[in-house]
Design a protein around this ligand. Structure first.
Ligand code: ASP
Length: 280
């Protein structure tokens, strides 16, 4: 059997005690979805997208159906998908009232254009014959946070992210989540990373690029996650980082109160935690 690993996160933020069970349940359903897909089919892009789609369907997370509202009362979502083997990227930003932005990002993945912003993203995806699950979002405000996934199988890595951004954000504001080198990156030679937290701070230090550079220097996935997070000290702010390296080994670091993370691999390891210290 080809070896595989999947890690997902449900956002770097404090999770109130009333929400904890729902967040853990959502992470569990999503990791199951990824593991099921890998049992049938080997594609890491499909697995990362399926996991993020599952999280987008759950209104406990600030993504897809659960996206928070901006200052104008509208929901604008961002998402990205990257294939670490081809370095193809599909990303969408500030897409209004869309419940499945990661599906739009996925539809752009094999095109020359890497990012489309605003209402045009919805139109472009339909023309790529991938109709988005568009429509009014149903999420509760104060949802958990951004979601992301790194999927690795037999040396191929892919990542996907999705977010509603920050509650009360200015219209058109875009954070780190859809920006390559900031909220995500994947290169199958070294691994893949997805990030959650204060988007403006994460982008200022190119956090995902820092983590990838540490992976390239063969620091190991845990040291890469921790070393990347240390770079954030230059600008302050909160973040959570999950990494799989080129052999599917996990790294995880965060400085928020909670960072819901779920992990599964082909060796039968499976866990979910709101405070994943035991990943060390
Ligand atoms: N990083 C996201 C953003 O700034 C928010 C988050 O991860 O909570 O849009």
């Amino acid at each position: 059997m080809t070896a595989w690993s999947i890690v997902l996160h449900g956002g770097a933020s404090a999770v109130t005690s009333e929400r904890q069970a729902a967040v853990l349940r959502g992470c569990n359903l999503a990791i199951e979805e990824g593991a099921r897909l890998f049992a049938r089919k080997g594609d890491p892009v499909e697995a990362a997208v399926a996991v993020v789609r599952a999280l987008e369907r759950d209104t406990v997370f600030n993504a897809g159906r659960g996206a928070v509202r901006g200052a104008n009362g509208q929901r604008e979502t961002d998402a990205a998908v990257m294939d670490g083997t081809t370095l193809d990227i599909g990303a969408v930003a500030a897409v209004p009232e869309c419940t499945a932005p990661v599906a739009l990002a996925h539809a752009l993945l094999r095109r020359e254009t890497i990012m489309v912003a605003g209402p045009s993203a919805t139109a472009l995806a339909s023309s790529a014959s991938c109709p988005p699950a568009a429509g009014t979002s149903q999420g509760a405000s104060g949802a958990c946070d951004t979601v992301g996934c790194v999927a690795w199988r037999g040396g191929r890595v892919a990542v996907a992210t999705a977010t509603g951004g920050l509650q009360g954000k200015p219209p058109g504001r875009v954070g780190d989540a859809p920006l390559p080198g900031c909220g995500f990156y994947a290169d199958s030679r070294y691994g893949g990373v997805v990030i959650s937290g204060d988007g403006e701070r994460i982008a200022r230090v190119l956090l995902a690029a820092r983590v990838m550079e540490l992976l390239r220097c063969a620091c190991g996935p845990m040291a890469a996650a921790e070393g990347g997070l240390e770079c954030l000290a230059a600008v302050g702010g909160e973040a959570g980082v999950v990494v799989l390296d080129s052999v599917g080994k996990l790294g995880c670091a965060y400085n928020s109160a909670h960072f819901p993370v779920a992990f599964a691999n082909s060796q039968g390891s499976r866990w979910i935690s709101l405070t994943p210290k035991h990943a060390r």
